[in-house]
Write a new protein. Structure first.
Lengths: 517, 1091
């Protein structure tokens, strides 16, 4: 009887004990809940790291390349291209194309928003986490977020502006698009804040290249000014970078560009590059699109018609001179298919190229490790400044000199004269020179489509863009040109699923007509 | 409220010590004596002598020695002494002052004549037993006796069609693939729809991984029932209305299956052994083309789109002896025949049971080994159970139940049968040498072949079945301990305390290996020598404290039964998976070996819930009955606001025939009762931790470790809540020889759970795991009819049973964004049906084009060639352009995939007469929910011989026959059914089968061509049973010997053209037949022996 009693009292106790509601609060074992997070500096660091890391996701990387490069005159079909990409390449774009998904960018933005919302609160909880640490990290995060938005704005025109973290399903996520100007205004003001607190460098070179530095903020800001056609501001910012005494930014020599800048990474001329490594995060996007040792033919290739012929940026006859007759970049960044007529990408895919001094035959060595992805590097800053000066039509001689800085390091033949100002006497000629030089220097770096977009935006017509792009299509690209007949057509449509999920969104006018009923 | 009850329970505990006051006087003393037999006067060695108190609790005990003498040191002279010996009548007496007690035991003579035992049949919903005639809710019980002799591996197979309103559809004929069960229709869009299974009062469920998708119908989950041996089951009760299922509150919305297992019975030890042998054969499926016809068809398919001979010059189909692989492409291989075979099953079952007054036990063991009807499948199962009831006294009882299950299931790596239907029939199974003789190497089409990848890289199904492994091992241990204690003397009134503690340990281990020999993949392909291993483990602990109170009233008109209980469930689950590929050889098949890792995944979670339940059952004058149920459930699955849910139920019954004014009809109307009931039940989301915003580790950037926010907090997530009304009638005629049970119900499910709903991705997330989004309604009725010795007498009897049910499902309301978000746009591709959910429509609706045959001619010539692809107005007049030329018929006119129809193409009805077949021509084609389904059967008994037949049927449902679509589209290189021999080949051909078009055209759009009537009548089984007369067995010292012969799935009567019209429900509730392994036809021979 006593035993029974004790059993009963124990069970009675269990009833009482379990009656407390705390018993039903079980927290996950392999994750941390929000309420327990944001307690110390280390957690702040981890979310900062997540902001960077989420940009290295394939979903983001692939879009940076596809949005920035695919539709330009730099890319044509390589091998085994996915259907959606192939459709976009042929300007057969509908709102259900997978590359019209922008969700992965907003995932980065949400990580940034979480950081910006919660990190300030940690200052009070963790004595080691000082205001100054917070501010310099905020500068990094603001810049990353701005970079994401800048991509979105350039690709879609209008996008929803979200600057608060998504925590709860009861929040209203049906956010309408903001105009391009509204968003860019926000970005400029964010970047100006970032400039106040950003660091000039970090403890080691990898960090200084892999994280946002003052010059990275400046480069992005200069890029935005160039896009907004605020050329004076652009020049001002470019000068800050070019004349920055605190940094050791320097152009690599032409022979070393392929291996130092693109193969080894974190070169002297790099301003900001996304860091990949074989263990943590493999840059499969670059491998798939450009190739590597296991697969030397990537999904993309360079249009054969642009390697030779009158539209080619190489061997270009300008006035009395000839540009790029022996340009290292033609040999280093492209490789003709053995026994075929495709020109596959060697930039990023290659480790080095050796040229036999007598036979002039090159041997190509491919990379077998993952590639970093360069967002900004010094040579682009020269070209940004030159572009702004051309638009302002000031000092053409200095402009050519700026371009020449970039040009000369890759044209190292003894008889090379460099670019002569007298060959580029009109604004149009300078414009074209700049576009050629940007193409030679920055091909496959996710920039070209936006370069062409700037051309068209200045005249508010797709015509200039089409004059470049149509050349890569067989038959002159008349079919493709009709699908890019108005400015709206140059922006991508909002993905169908996105329109369905968010009733506040408005579809791009152009795609409303052809894609939707 | 809850506190008061807890206080009341505590008060009971406090009273306990006072109940044993009378025991305090104790003096130890010795009693001795001799026990002799009254029959022959011999002493009885081994007689049990016990001292027991008034509650028959054993205080001390001993056994008589070889001379029949005993010495017992007693504790209290006020106690009783009792003597018992097997085969003799137990004797007892007060001890008092005696020190020498000699007894003579009388032999038990079992001459019992004409004793009629009338027992009231009781129904239990797991813990609460009430007499059958007083049941006021919608429940149906079926005894396992009904299935005697039927061979089934799991009980759900046997139950199919037996319970009105319970729809069971086997997932496939693959071994261990389980069945999908729904009670009273689908009441949820994509949360769990399986009923809760309760075994002996304890939920029988494995908490599944949150990443599990219910709509994807992962077979392991549904094979849950596999780990209960049908031979151990005594009866199954299905709780259908909310008033009865409210007892399980938040898990009750899908109905409940209460399984009661067999227990030991008082009596001498009984040993029963049974063995069943089964042979199974697959029903003949689609007839496929042989190699010769196939090659002919493919060449046409290549030719037709371009009308170009060169396009058809594919060397694999040219039968050109100079082709190096000629011998491998000149065959007539029947792939389906290669992979199917006769399956065998051996099922052994042994049980031992018995017991005396104090203890009863039952131990059973089953061993089953089964091979499938598809090569490479094999299932072994061991089940053991042990149950022991021990009464410490008349008032305290301990019960322990232990069961252990082990299954070892060698499954196919891939859908072998599906591949066999697709594989090119002109290809050989084995590599052939120059003389066309088979070598011992499996043949895979070379990677350099120009054939389309879908056929070129299709794995060799024979190699896959024989060489690849996909093994699932499952261990499950369920120990349960119960204590029952009568707080008051049960003779006076019942106040019983129950404590149940139950554990459920489940372990799954999957090992897979894909060797290099089964495919043509290159050496570094991820699918070469690819090993994977997954382990998952879950432990659930349940503690249930209950008080049952049955007061005795002076006025016997009243009867009351009350029960309160408090239940705690806690559990955790962990799983991990690992995969490596490119292992050096096919001999190393372990995923922990050194190879290229394809990834490691782990997940773990913990959950808890508690519940307070109250139940009351009140009867007045035996004919007015009121039942009340209330459950308050708490679960870790929900946030602060919705942690607890309340689930009430109320039911009543009026037995009209017991009224005085019904006496006159009593002769023929033995039972007429009306049962209204109402209740609320719930359904939970399938994942934990949803109400937290969570951060998880996220690798690193450079050397900086990263953590990121991964989930949205679902602060508003609630239970899915079903409110149901039920109106039931019980009818009995002629002293209950004919019994009807009829139910009408209305079930309204609110706060429908919707999984993975898209959110604007500008939030940074793509979907929300669960949200409550709408209202769904199910209306229906069920009829169940059984007879009890309807015809016949002593030697001859015939009985019938019949059940019929129907429900209408309707979506009442859905949040607007769901309709916009979930209903996909039409994608203008072949083979897809537009799936939609719509307010006011039923779940499971099918939408598509109307198929009108094949254009006979390419060019339209009035009066002569009318059947040609031209646009017509509603009067059938052909549209013409300015020049009088007829306007052609287009598919998706003006879209990028515009296509102009030609002669031999499929005709789709141009509903809006605009000359273009597009989404505006899509119409409603039917629904997958059957109008009625049910079953009927009959048993005929003559002396010791009986025959049972059972049929089940479904009527009025539509099925999308995707298997036929894939076998008739002539669009890929897949093998096709012989019906394509009737295809359109040249102008003027009159046929319903369009022309062959390789990768071209729109001849197999989702249309009513493949939507078929799914009605069927199946003769589910026919059983012959014979038991040998007792007299003949006496010599063999056996009690019972019976023989069985059962034939399963003898025939199916249906218009459906697929192999098996029994197709489950897929996404959007639509039945799509992808031709899984069909249920076999099988025959079983069995014998059962009892000693």
């Amino acid at each position: 009887m006593k035993k029974a009693f004790s059993i009963l009292s124990i069970t009675g106790f269990i009833i009482l004990a379990s009656g407390c509601s705390g018993w039903l609060d079980v927290k996950p074992e392999s994750e941390i809940v929000l309420d327990d997070f944001w307690q110390n500096e280390s957690q702040v660091n981890q979310v900062l790291s997540a902001c960077y890391r989420s940009i290295t996701e394939g979903d983001v990387m692939s879009r940076m390349l596809v949005w920035g490069e695919l539709r330009s005159d730099n890319v044509t079909y390589g091998r085994n291209m996915p259907t959606d990409m192939n459709k976009m390449l042929n300007v057969d774009i509908s709102a259900d194309n997978g590359y019209c998904h922008w969700g992965s960018f907003y995932t980065v933005i949400n990580n940034c928003n979480n950081f910006l919302h919660y990190a300030p609160g940690v200052v009070e909880l963790d004595a080691n986490f000082t205001e100054s640490k917070l501010h310099s990290m905020e500068a990094e995060v603001l810049t990353l977020r701005a970079l994401m938005y800048f991509y979105l704005v350039r690709t879609f025109g209008k996008v929803p502006w979200v600057n608060s973290p998504s925590i709860d399903d009861s929040q209203d996520y049906h956010i309408p698009q903001s105009s391009e100007d509204e968003i860019l205004d926000n970005l400029v003001s964010d970047l100006k804040t970032a400039l106040k607190y950003s660091r000039d460098s970090y403890e080691n070179n990898t960090y200084s290249k892999g994280r946002i530095t003052t010059n990275a903020v400046r480069a992005l800001l200069a890029d935005i000014y160039l896009w907004r056609e605020e050329y004076n501001k652009c020049i001002e910012i470019c000068d800050l970078i070019l004349n920055d005494s605190k940094s050791d930014l320097k152009l690599e020599t032409g022979e070393n560009v392929l291996s130092r800048v693109f193969y080894m990474g974190n070169s002297k001329e790099s301003i900001f590059e996304l860091q990949f490594d074989d263990d943590q995060m493999f840059n499969w996007v670059v491998r798939d699109y450009y190739g590597d040792v296991g697969n030397q033919a990537g999904q993309w290739s360079f249009p054969g018609v642009l390697v030779t012929g009158k539209f080619s940026p190489f061997n270009y006859i300008a006035g009395n001179g000839k540009e790029s007759s022996e340009d290292l970049r033609e040999k280093d960044f492209l490789r003709q298919e053995t026994g075929g007529d495709r020109y596959y990408v060697f930039k990023y895919a290659g480790a080095s190229r050796r040229e036999d001094a007598t036979t002039k035959v090159s041997t190509y060595y491919y990379r077998n490790v993952t590639a970093n992805w360069i967002v900004y590097r010094l040579s682009e800053i020269y070209l940004m400044k030159a572009e702004a000066m051309i638009q302002l039509e000031i000092n053409p001689r200095e402009t050519v000199e700026l371009i020449n800085t970039v040009y000369m390091r890759s044209n190292i033949e003894e008889d090379e004269q460099g670019l002569m100002a007298e060959n580029y006497t009109s604004k149009l000629k300078l414009d074209e020179l700049l576009m050629r030089e940007r193409q030679r220097e920055l091909m496959f770096e996710g920039k070209r489509w936006f370069d062409l977009m700037r051309l068209s935006r200045r005249v508010n017509s797709p015509a200039p863009l089409l004059s470049y792009v149509s050349k890569k299509f067989s038959g002159g690209g008349s079919l493709q040109s009709t699908k890019m007949s108005i400015m709206e057509a140059l922006y991508l449509p909002v993905h169908t699923n996105e329109l369905k999920a968010n009733s506040a969104l408005v579809q791009n006018e152009f795609y409303k007509v052809t894609g939707e009923e | 409220m809850k506190l008061k009850l807890v206080a009341a329970i505590l008060l009971f505990y406090l009273l306990i010590p006072f109940m044993s006051v009378g025991q305090s006087t104790r003096t130890e003393r010795v009693v001795r004596g001799t026990v002799t037999s009254a029959t022959d006067g011999q002493t009885l060695p081994g007689t049990t002598v016990i001292e027991a108190d008034d509650n028959k609790r054993i205080i001390t005990a001993t056994i008589t020695d070889i001379n029949g003498q005993y010495v017992l040191r007693i504790k209290n002279p006020a106690n009783n002494i009792a003597f018992s010996f097997v085969g003799y009548i137990t004797q007892g007496q007060k001890i008092g002052d005696q020190t020498l007690i000699n007894v003579t035991l009388k032999e038990e003579t079992q001459v019992i004549e004409g004793i009629v035992v009338t027992a009231e049949k009781k129904v239990s919903d797991g813990a609460f037993e009430i007499p059958l005639r007083e049941v006021s809710t919608a429940v149906q019980t079926i005894s396992a006796k009904e299935f005697e002799g039927i061979q089934v591996t799991s009980i759900d197979e046997a139950m199919q069609g037996r319970i009105a309103g319970l729809d069971i559809v086997a997932n496939s004929g693959d071994l261990g693939s389980g069945a999908t069960m729904t009670i009273r229709g689908t009441s949820s869009i994509n949360a769990n729809t399986q009923p809760l299974i309760v075994v002996n009062g304890i939920p029988y469920e494995i908490q599944i991984d949150p990443s599990f998708d219910f709509a994807a119908a992962n077979q392991e989950q549904y094979a849950n029932m596999l780990s209960i041996n049908p031979d151990d089951i005594e009866e199954i009760t299905v709780l259908k209305d909310a008033s009865s299922t409210a007892v399980w509150g938040s898990k009750g919305a899908n109905g409940i299956l209460v399984i009661k297992t067999k227990k030991g019975a008082t009596g001498p030890t009984r040993v029963q052994y049974s063995y069943r042998f089964t042979g199974a054969r697959q029903p003949k499926g689609m007839n496929m083309l042989n190699g010769d016809d196939y090659s002919m068809m493919i060449k046409q398919a290549y030719f037709n789109p371009q009308q170009d001979e060169n396009a058809a010059n594919v060397r694999e189909f040219l039968y050109d002896p100079t082709f190096s692989e000629y011998e491998n492409f000149n065959n007539n291989t029947d792939w389906v025949d290669e992979v199917t075979k006769t399956g065998f099953k051996h099922d052994h079952y042994l049980n031992i049971s018995g017991g005396g007054q104090r203890a009863r036990y039952r131990v059973s063991g089953g061993f089953l080994t089964q091979t499938g009807t598809v090569i490479g499948q094999m299932l072994n199962r061991i089940t053991t159970t042990a149950s022991l009831d021990y009464s410490v006294s008349d008032r305290i009882k301990f019960i322990s139940e232990l069961s252990f299950f082990f299954t070892d299931n060698n499954r196919n790596y891939d859908n072998i049968l599906g591949i066999s239907y697709r594989k090119m029939p002109n290809v050989s199974v084995y590599q052939q040498n120059l003389n066309g003789e088979n070598t011992n190497v499996y043949y895979n089409i070379s990677r350099s072949s120009s054939l389309h990848g879908s056929q070129r890289d299709l794995r060799n199904p024979v190699a896959l079945a024989n060489l690849a492994t996909n093994n699932l091992k499952n261990y499950r241990i369920r120990p349960t301990f119960r204590l029952q204690y009568d707080l008051l003397d049960p003779e006076i009134q019942t106040l019983k305390y129950n404590l149940d503690v139950s554990f459920d340990v489940n372990n799954d281990k999957v090992s897979k290996f894909l060797p290099a020999e089964v495919s043509n993949a290159p050496w570094n392909d991820g699918a070469k020598n690819f090993a994977e291993s997954f382990d998952s483990e879950s432990v659930t602990v349940l503690v249930d404290n209950g008080i049952n109170w049955q007061p005795r009233f002076q006025n016997t008109d009243h009867s009351l039964l009350l029960q309160g209980s408090f239940q705690i469930i806690t559990g955790n689950s962990a799983s991990q998976g690992i995969g490596v590929t490119n292992l050096p050889s096919g001999d190393i098949v372990d995923a922990s070996s050194y190879g290229y890792s394809t990834g490691i995944s782990t997940s773990r979670f913990e959950y808890r819930s508690n519940a307070f339940t109250f139940r009351g059952h009140y009867t007045f004058k035996d004919r007015y009955i009121l039942g009340l149920t209330f459950r308050r459930d708490g679960s870790t699955k929900f946030g602060e606001k919705y942690k607890y849910g309340n689930f009430p139920g109320i039911s009543a019954k009026w037995i009209i025939t017991d009224e005085e004014f019904m006496q006159s009809t009593k002769k023929w109307l033995s039972m007429l009762a009306i049962r209204p009931s109402w209740g609320i039940t719930g359904n939970q989301p399938g994942a934990e931790y949803l109400h937290f915003s969570r951060y998880s580790p996220y690798g690193s950037y450079m050397d900086m470790p990263a953590t990121r926010p991964t989930t949205l907090r679902l602060s508003d997530l609630r239970w899915e809540k079903s409110t149901s009304y039920n109106l039931g009638f019980d009818l009995g005629f002629f002293n209950d020889r004919l019994v009807f049970d009829l139910n009408f119900y209305n079930k309204l499910t609110e706060d429908l759970l919707f999984a993975n709903l898209g959110v604007p991705s500008s939030s940074g997330f793509s979907s929300v795991p669960y949200q409550n989004v709408g209202i769904m309604q199910n209306n229906g009725w069920e009829l169940n009819f059984t007879t009890n010795k309807a015809i016949g007498g002593k030697d001859f009897a015939v009985d019938f049973n019949f059940n019929l049910s129907n429900y209408v499902n309707k979506i009442i309301e859905l949040r607007d964004d769901i309709l916009a978000n979930y209903n996909a746009d039409y994608d203008y591709t072949n083979g897809t049906y537009l799936s939609r959910i719509q307010e006011g429509n039923s779940y499971g609706s099918i939408y598509g084009f109307r198929y009108k045959g094949v254009y006979q001619y390419n060019d339209y010539i009035p009066e002569k060639q009318e059947s040609a692809p031209v646009a017509r107005d509603e009067n059938g007049y052909v549209f013409t352009d300015e020049e009088g030329n007829p306007l052609p018929m287009y598919f998706a006119y003006g879209k990028s995939n515009e296509y102009r129809f030609r002669g031999g193409d499929a005709i789709y009805e141009d509903i809006n007469k605009d000359g273009s077949i597009d989404e505006l021509d899509i119409v409603y084609l039917g629904n997958s929910n059957p109008k009625v389904n049910g079953g009927f059967g009959s048993t005929v008994r003559y002396k010791r011989f009986s025959v049972t037949a059972f049929f089940n049927f479904r009527y009025g449902n539509k099925i999308v026959n995707m298997a036929r679509m894939n076998a008739e589209n002539m669009y890929y290189l897949n093998n096709q059914s012989i019906s394509v021999n009737w295809r359109w080949r040249k102008d003027g051909d009159v046929t319903d089968m369009p022309r062959a078009l390789y990768n071209h055209g729109y001849n197999w759009l989702g249309s009513d061509r493949y939507v078929e009537e799914g009605s069927f009548l199946r003769m589910k089984y026919l059983t012959f049973n014979y038991s040998i007369p007792k007299e003949k067995l006496l010599k063999l010292k056996m009690q019972q010997v019976s023989f069985y012969l059962t034939i399963n799935n003898l025939w199916v009567l249906t218009k459906y053209t697929g192999v098996d019209p029994e197709v489950g429900y897929g996404s959007f509730g639509v039945s799509v037949d992808n031709s899984p392994t069909p249920r076999s036809k099988d025959a079983t021979l069995g014998v059962s022996l009892t000693f």
